[in-house]
Design a binder for this molecule. Structure first.
Ligand code: NAP
Ligand code: MG
Length: 491
């Protein structure tokens, strides 16, 4: 299968400058494909195609047809489940069962927004009661216009689905720019769009180097909205770039989410959810609960059990049976994570377990599940997002202290709390300053529920009805309906 063309205006086009970049299988560091590297000229073609499809076709006024396309895309993703999941593993490194889960969730996301699109009535207008009865106001919602979606590499097809599905449901047209490290399933999504007959220009897929075409797209005057998921520094650059024409903007950025474990917790459940919160997807999860606060009474016992369990995790190629921890996505991520670990050790932070490349895996970007304990509050291991299988743990004495420590972060994406006392869990959940709170678990994510962060973790919410609203404008239409002349100047 070739990945050397861009999907623009319903056609597969070679990049104008003929450039490609290589996509690597992180389990063996071997190239799996050459991928088209769009130039700004190609990006311009994509913008024009999306603009034309929005301005000159009836796409925005046909929610039932849009729903049918979304449903067809969901079905085709399911038809190709095995192939897409395997491709995701080879490109990203994650264990196959996780990739299967992602692809199923991506299909589910298209179905969910198909349902919402079906319920959209382009003629629906809500009457707004006005105190001044000489006027009548109605409110309607309309598609924002041309959207540009820029996504990361940790959940390649799923992150595409989280943006493409609601944007198309709302009646937008769009340009999707996948992450360099994992462009392959996004290109497959283009083939699926073509197969189900999605009208030309509605979805354009432009692979390429983010630092080259990203600024061009995010500043482009013909783009109405940018939806971005990725790092905080790039998110800040995009805000500046989008300020050019005051674009509608939604950002899903990083996190350093806290997991508070009270002493009445079941220790086996605590070990399981702590590990799921930080080792799932190799810890390359924006909402990972990478800071764990454990109440003093159970701290020694829990650390001992956690370390023993973490050392039993099977590490290897994501395609091999029983593997629960694959390689990190690429050399850059591997070096960054290793650098954070080495810095922690050099600064004397106590390493409880892990911290190495596994001895039996000399090739590939593998890092052992790594646990640092008694991590100082000012240390980067406690404050900074590492985006790898590295957890920082501390003890706490009482509830107030745990809440204060959890909230002491520039991020506010997620948080979690565990205790048998559900009243306490509910109380703590309401005090944590973050957009997603889990009680007695960490990470489960649902298409129906809002996703996004407080503070530097982002702006806006994806998923659920909120995901659709992201791509809708609100318009008021107000009529003067009195028989009396207005008469301000003329009477
Ligand atoms: P990144 O460097 O911010 O890249 C994200 C996307 O932005 C990629 O498609 C990238 O393209 C593109 N990009 C790079 N520079 C750009 C620019 N100047 N203008 C426009 N686009 C640009 O992040 P990453 O390294 O891929 O992902 C890791 C980070 O993403 C972590 O910090 C993590 O917290 C965050 N993340 C957050 C969420 C969430 O839901 N909040 C989810 C996943 C990841 P290239 O790939 O070509 O560089
Ligand atoms: Mg790759």
């Amino acid at each position: 299968m070739s990945y050397q063309q861009l999907y623009i205006n319903g056609q597969w086009l070679s990049p104008k400058n003929g450039q490609t970049f290589s996509s690597i299988d992180p389990s063996n560091e071997q190239e799996i494909a050459q991928v088209a590297a769009a130039s700004v000229e190609d990006a311009e073609l994509a913008v024009q195609a999306a603009r034309q499809a929005f301005d000159q076709t009836d796409w925005a006024n046909q929610p039932k047809q849009r729903a049918a396309y979304l449903r067809a895309i969901a079905q085709e993703i399911r038809n190709q489940l095995d192939a897409l999941a395997e491709l995701e593993v080879r490109d990203n490194g994650k264990p196959l069962p996780e990739a299967v889960w992602d692809i199923q969730d991506a299909a589910g996301c298209f179905d969910f927004y198909a349902d919402l699109a079906e319920q959209l009535d382009p003629n629906h207008e809500e009457n707004i009661p006005l105190a001044d009865e000489r006027f009548n106001s109605v409110v309607r919602k309309e598609a924002v216009g041309v959207a540009c979606a820029i996504i990361p590499w940790n959940y390649p097809l799923l992150m595409a689905a989280w943006k493409v599905a609601p944007a198309l449901a709302a009646g937008c047209t769009l340009i999707l720019k996948p992450a360099e490290a994992t462009s392959l399933t996004a290109i497959e999504l283009g083939r699926i769009a073509e197969k189900v007959g999605l009208p030309a220009g509605v979805l354009n897929i432009v692979t390429g180097i983010g630092s080259e075409i990203g600024p061009y797209l995010t500043a482009h005057p013909e783009i109405d909205k940018v939806a971005f998921t990725g790092s905080v520094p790039v998110g800040k650059q995009i805000m500046q770039s989008a300020a050019h024409n005051v674009k509608n903007l939604s950002l899903e950025l990083g996190g350093k989410s806290a997991f508070i474990i009270f002493s009445d917790s079941d220790l086996d459940a605590a070990v399981e959810w702590i590990m799921f919160g930080i080792f799932w997807n190799q810890g390359q999860v924006c909402s990972a609960t990478s800071r764990v606060l454990v109440q003093q009474e159970i701290y020694p016992e829990l650390l001992q059990r956690l370390s023993a369990a973490a050392q039993k995790i099977k590490i290897g190629n994501g395609l091999d049976a029983g593997v629960k921890l694959g390689p990190l996505v690429n050399a850059k991520q591997y070096q960054q994570v290793m650098q954070a670990i080495r810095q922690g050790q050099a600064d004397g932070v106590q390493l409880l377990s892990g911290g190495q490349r596994p001895a039996h895996l000399p090739q590939g970007y593998y890092v052992e599940p790594t646990i640092f304990v008694d991590v100082p509050l000012e240390h980067p291991l406690w404050t900074d997002e590492i985006f790898g299988p590295v957890v920082a743990i501390r003890a706490f004495q009482h509830e107030q202290e745990a809440i204060q420590l959890a909230n002491n972060s520039i991020f506010g994406l997620a948080g979690a709390v565990m205790s048998k006392d559900l009243t306490r869990c509910q109380r703590v959940a309401r005090k944590l300053r973050a957009g997603i709170i889990w009680i007695n678990c960490s990470q489960p994510t649902f298409t129906e529920a809002p996703w996004g962060g407080y503070k530097q973790s982002g702006i806006g919410r994806e998923l659920g009805i909120w995901g659709l609203e992201n791509y809708l404008e609100i318009k008021q239409i107000t009529s003067y309906s009195s028989d009396q002349p207005w008469g301000w100047y003329t009477s």
